[in-house]
Design a protein around this ligand. Structure first.
Ligand code: NAD
Length: 291
């Protein structure tokens, strides 16, 4: 069993670190919030008060932080304290460029590194059923896989440095666009006098089927577990969808890729967020689209 340092024990990192403990690993946790450290201690994580203390004697370090700037600042400190050969895994959702810079920091210190963002939300983090999209060398992936398996169900090696982040933002761009498409279709169906159930029964079994309708239908009724049945409590908050769509737009600009629908989706979620809906589930955008 490994000794693991876990940095960033928030909504996602807290339950992920707890699952590493459940799998028998020894986990040291660091977070800027004292309250979060106290909760983590209740889940068998040993709280530490500095990054140096976290990394001392650790075989692997996992980071789960808000943005690229946080990851680069924490990894900058980690590589100074880590011994060569330590495995660094970043599970945050960040921009591809920062992810590649983080890999460079690790390589400079002789550490193995992986970008491994996740899909599955806080429910998947608690249940240990996350999907990991990993980018990095074969050696880093092989070394990280048993740890990722303690926190997730599906682990995909997407390619070299930054490939995990690239897969994550491409996937979430599909999701943002498809949810808007499904919402528009239901709003149009309402105006045409079509019941939600009738449109669902047809589209979920025909060429319109997709995750946004079959699993996460944005109107109450057809899929009882979708947030639409629970006053659009997240689920997946609209602010996080906006974050991911903006990351996709940054990456598209840098790579010279045309993503007109991705750009439109980012603008619509930006407007929805500015109307005070960032904390609601992203499928609630149907209310804005109804006009
Ligand atoms: P969160 O805000 O709940 O947790 C982030 C934690 O990082 C906080 O506890 C904060 O105190 C800590 N932190 C910030 N800077 C730090 C530093 N320098 N040193 C130590 N700790 C520091 O956020 P979250 O919802 O857990 O999301 C984390 C990442 O996971 C984000 O990149 C997010 O986009 C991604 N993500 C979130 C979800 C979700 O449903 N919440 C789903 C998939 C991916």
């Amino acid at each position: 069993m490994a000794t693991i340092a876990f940095i960033g024990l928030g909504n996602m990192g807290g339950p992920m670190a707890a699952n590493l403990v459940k799998a028998g690993h020894s986990v040291k946790g660091f977070d800027l919030s004292a309250d979060i450290l106290k909760t983590a201690a209740g889940n068998g994580i040993s709280p530490v008060t500095s990054l140096d203390e976290a990394v001392a004697g650790a075989d692997a370090v996992v980071t789960m932080l808000p943005k690229g700037a946080h990851v680069l600042s924490v990894w900058g400190a980690l590589v100074k304290a880590a011994t060569a050969g330590t495995l660094l895994i970043d599970c945050s959702t960040i921009d591809v460029e920062s992810a590649r810079k983080a890999h460079e920091l690790a390589a400079g210190a002789g550490c193995l590194s992986l970008d491994a963002p996740v899909s599955g939300g806080t429910g998947g983090a608690s249940a240990g059923t996350l999907t990991f999209m990993a980018g990095g060398s074969d050696a880093a992936f092989a070394s990280a896989k048993p740890l990722l398996e303690a926190m997730g169900r599906k682990i995909v090696h997407c390619g070299g440095d930054g490939a995990g982040q690239a897969a994550k933002i491409c996937n979430n761009m599909i999701l943002g666009i498809s949810m808007i498409g499904v919402c528009e279709a239901f709003a149009l169906g309402e105006k045409l006098g079509l019941s939600h159930q009738a449109l669902f029964d047809v589209a979920s079994t025909s060429s319109g089927q997709c995750w946004s309708i079959n699993t996460y239908c944005p109107v109450p009724g057809p899929v009882p577990t979708s947030p639409a049945n629970n006053d659009y409590k997240p689920g997946f908050a609209a602010a996080l969808m906006l974050k991911d769509l903006k990351l996709a737009q940054e990456a598209a600009l840098a790579a010279g890729a045309a993503t007109p629908l991705g750009a439109e989706a980012a603008q619509l979620f930006d407007l929805f967020d500015k109307q005070g809906n960032g904390g609601r589930d992203f499928s609630a955008i149907i209310e804005m689209l109804r006009g």
